[in-house]
Design a protein around this ligand. Structure first.
Ligand code: PLP
Length: 380
């Protein structure tokens, strides 16, 4: 793959020893948010001793996830849970299970850039459907319908909330998606890794696809975002939908799990203790997100040519910049001032000049980066 101009310039600068204000940083460990001490104690407590290979994961780990996902409205049972080594592996399993090479996965655009290579690795076509922005994000139903009507469509991905737009589908759009999936025989895969991070303290949680569904639906989550522990490599799939189809999906996941046995035993045995860190992590990360969102709001006040697109949740913010330069030019000019932000096309953003910043960056670094962006846009 050929690196683009921004990636090349960033590497050149870093090779000369320049330390950038990195507003692309999305690793909670490097952002200083991960509960590393508690995670170390949890792993030390279980030790490395036993070996009990279980294709769908240890019963205790599956039960812990079922309890985590259950609420007063929704009862999730351990039998509907498959443990994986990451959300990326959950995608690979879903793609292998529900589509054959040459068939297609429908995925939102803009969204997470890894979908395309993940689909390609399984010989699948990634077929985008649009999320449109007209003051708020919403589903472009025509584009989804067109994508679903072309031959080969098998899987429909939704990302709730989406990365980087932070948008959730509106209730009527969710209904449209489910009806379309039922009509076209599609399996829904809902990536909910950022669901526990509403942008503002919310009275109701962000929407989920867990619960009774008309079509087979796989809901994905993982320790990587829930607890800020990406290096412990544990994700999960919760299977919902009509019972026979759900049972068949579990049989398929068991077969795939048995081929790889990719999830290590100690992390599964430590899972209840690891999950206990999530509330503190959510509080600290929520405070970080709020502090950096406030810095962005101040930037927009001081420099009205910049605006932040509204979002429901997640760790990223999309900034719209004046059309006096292209977004790559803005990102390159910022690099020369020592600040790294992603140009919007990294995520397939269109319809304006956008850059994307991570809101989990250390607040002083974030504020300094914002200050430089303000100076650049003001021509100072
Ligand atoms: C939408 C989305 N899903 C999944 C992931 C990756 O999750 P994992 O680390 O569990 O593979 C990311 C990473 O940023 C993401 O943005």
């Amino acid at each position: 793959m050929v690196p683009n101009a921004w990636t090349r310039r960033r590497s050149e600068l870093e090779a000369t020893g320049v330390t950038l204000l990195d507003l692309t940083l999305s690793d909670p460990i490097r952002a200083g948010l991960a509960p590393l001490a508690q995670a170390s104690s949890a792993l030390a407590a279980v030790g490395a001793g036993e070996h009990t290979p279980e294709p769908l994961g240890l019963a205790s780990a599956r039960a812990a996830i079922a309890t985590l996902l259950s609420s007063s409205e929704i009862q999730v049972v351990p039998d509907s849970i498959a443990i994986t080594s990451s959300t990326s592996e959950s995608y690979a399993h879903a793609f292998r299970l529900f589509a054959d090479p040459g068939e297609a996965v429908l995925a939102p655009s803009p969204s997470y850039p890894l979908f395309e290579p993940l689909a390609r690795a399984e010989g699948l076509e990634l077929r985008p459907y649009r999320l449109a922005f007209d003051g708020r994000w919403h589903l472009d139903r025509d584009s989804l319908e067109r994508a679903a009507l072309q031959p080969g469509a098998r899987i429909l991905l939704v990302v709730e909330p989406n990365n980087p737009t932070g948008s959730s589908l509106w209730p009527d759009d969710r209904e449209f998606v489910e009806q379309l999936a039922a009509r076209r025989g599609l399996v829904i895969v809902s990536d909910e890794v950022f669901r526990t991070f509403p942008r503002f303290p919310a009275t109701t949680p962000l929407p989920s696809w867990l619960g009774p569904r008309r079509v087979p639906t796989l809901v994905l989550g993982g320790l990587s975002k829930l607890c800020g522990l990406p290096h412990l490599k544990l994700g999960w799939i919760a299977v919902c939908g009509p019972s026979e189809a759900a049972r068949e999906a579990m049989r398929g996941l068991e077969w795939l799990g048995d081929l790889f046995l990719s999830v290590n035993g100690p992390v599964q045995r430590a899972l209840p203790a690891l999950l206990a860190t999530r509330e503190r992590f959510a509080l600290q990360t929520g405070a970080r997100l709020a502090a950096n969102a406030a810095a962005l709001a101040q930037l927009c006040q001081e420099c009205p040519a910049i605006s932040v697109l509204p979002a429901d949740g997640g760790w990223s913010a999309v900034l719209r910049l004046p059309a006096t330069r292209g977004e790559e030019e803005w990102a390159l000019a910022l690099l020369e001032r020592g600040v790294a932000v992603h140009p919007g096309h990294f995520y397939d953003l269109s319809g304006g000049e956008h850059v994307v910043v991570s809101l989990i960056v250390e607040p002083q670094v974030f504020a300094d980066g914002c200050h430089q962006l303000g100076l650049l846009v003001d021509g100072i």
